[in-house]
Design a protein around this ligand. Structure first.
Ligand SMILES: [Ca+2]
Length: 109
């Protein structure tokens, strides 16, 4: 099966995300605040992988508003925000928990 692919370039030239032609959305998770540290890029992801699980502290996204989940396979509590997030720690779950170092999967709905 031939899949039509669209390459989405990032301003810094550090990451190339490849997404299906049916959507122009793409997302990169960063290990640290302000888009620093290790990067994970995909569209979408039922699991962000051992290297990024519970470690994402910022994100850049393009296109549709992504939803982030605290567990694999889009389970658990979720957060949906359009655009970039410089600091997940600014988004609170409740009085004592925030979204820093918590994300395990993401997608679109
Ligand atoms: Ca982190």
């Amino acid at each position: 099966m031939r899949k039509k692919l669209v390459a989405v370039g990032v301003s810094l030239g550090l990451v190339m995300g490849v997404v299906g032609a049916t959507s122009a959305s793409a997302l990169s998770l960063y290990e640290h605040d302000n888009y620093r540290g290790s990067v994970y890029s995909a569209w979408p992801s039922n699991y962000v992988g051992n290297a990024m699980n519970d470690r994402a502290s910022s994100a850049r996204s393009w296109g549709d508003a992504p939803t982030y989940w605290e567990d694999r396979d889009k389970n658990g509590r979720w957060l949906s925000v359009r655009g970039n997030i410089a600091r997940f720690g600014h988004y609170r779950l409740n009085a004592w928990e925030n979204w820093n170092d918590r994300i395990s999967s993401f997608g679109y709905r």
